[in-house]
Design a protein around this ligand. Sequence first.
Ligand code: SAM
Ligand code: SF4
Length: 475
Amino acid sequence: MEPPCVHITTYGCQMNQLDAELVAEVLRASGARLAADADEADVLLFLTCSVRGHAEDRVFSNIGALKARKQREPDLIIGLLGCMAQQYGPALRRRAPLVDLVCAPGRLAELPDLIVEARRGRRPVALDPVRTEGGPETLAKADEALDRAEVRRPLCGSSPGQAYVVAVRGCDNFCSYCVVPHVRGPERSRAPSAILDEVRRLVGQGARQITLLGQAVNQYAAVEGGRRWDLADLLQAAAETPDLARLAFITNHPRAFDERLAAVFRNVSKVCSYLHMPAQSGSDAVLARMNRRYTAAEYLDRVAMVRQARPDVAVASDFIVGFPGETPADFEATMDLVRRARASAAFVFKYSPRPGTMAAERYPDDVPAEEKRRRHAALLALVEEISGEENAKFVGRRVRVFVEDLAPRPKLNERGRPGDRLNGGVQLRGRTPCNRIVVFDGPPCLVGAEVDVEVKHSSPLTLFGSIENPGARRA
Ligand code: SAM
Ligand code: SF4
């Protein structure tokens, strides 16, 4: 059998982006070729997300569009991986009959064998033991296989110099709207030694910024070497890695944010001035129905705690608008929370009932679509307004920028719209330690390095600056 030529399409969160790197490396190590263009591949893999109905619909529609190609090329293998695989299991085939191979998030290390099986016409389905069968030992075995695959994975992230590292897998919070605990299994923290080894290895390969990942990363809890580790311990230890410039961690659950983590912002300079801590709502009644287990006042206390430790921290959040029973007054409470927290970035989602979740079973989806759209737009506009005000404070200042990539074409003007105002050279895009996007003219060799930039203009989403002596500033 010829080695397969594989194309991967990825949907969803950072955890999926990291899983895509892992899949690519596991397949490469097994002799497969990876194709940038789906038309060249004979195995098409879809790494999917189940968090909202819309994300699932896109996957079903993209797979459905392959019908004619599958008829022309009967040997073409279509694989559906990740959260949707776990959510639907073999039942997926009813809605997506073209799918030959189904593989859940914890079984990705087995993909080379699953592809061989699929090419022999066996249509394999590999699901996680998760919460139903198998128990903790089976789950631990699957995690070990993923950890071994991580060790093989060279730095291959989309932005040179930046890498994600898993700290916590799964989730036990069971927010009433959320499918993640059902598809990614129970919360388990990786051993600190495995994480720290991975950080050192990635920095040895050139990473300068590491982001630790977990659905509630600040619930990290491990026992190793006769001691307990929490996220504060882990960040302190990781920050000692020589040549590592920046350390970030996402996502934080407000209930678990404590003084120890706030102290890390005060004491560990490599930790970025950026706290992604989703509030989801500013109404206590809605938060209770969401099973978030904190109040709006407690959320704001946590924000005050971190700002006391590091005044320039940028707070980013997620919100769901149109949750069942959300009244106009509840929504106003959310707007109020955003104003008080001065949240300068937010992912805002319209509520989408997910099968099997408590909210879908208990509460009717009773906020009309038009009202969800209105609240979505109003909340985004408010966050953009705050972000614009915060960005304007940077004009005239010098900021340290981690250069991620070339800026997208065409060049952006100082309102952040496509334009041609900044002429000459290549336009680069990077981020401040508080995660603000900065674009400036400079040589491509700066990608993956840190550089000082003078901020000249700002827009709500972008800072525009310049460097004095581009050639001499690679740090
Ligand atoms: N673990 C993270 C946390 O606790 O905030 C995020 C998990 S989820 C992958 C990312 C975001 O999707 C959530 O913060 C929430 O705002 C949104 N989300 C989750 N379930 C949703 C649903 N049923 N409808 C709309 N948005 C949803
Ligand atoms: Fe979902 Fe809540 Fe877990 Fe985040 S903390 S993954 S929103 S259940």
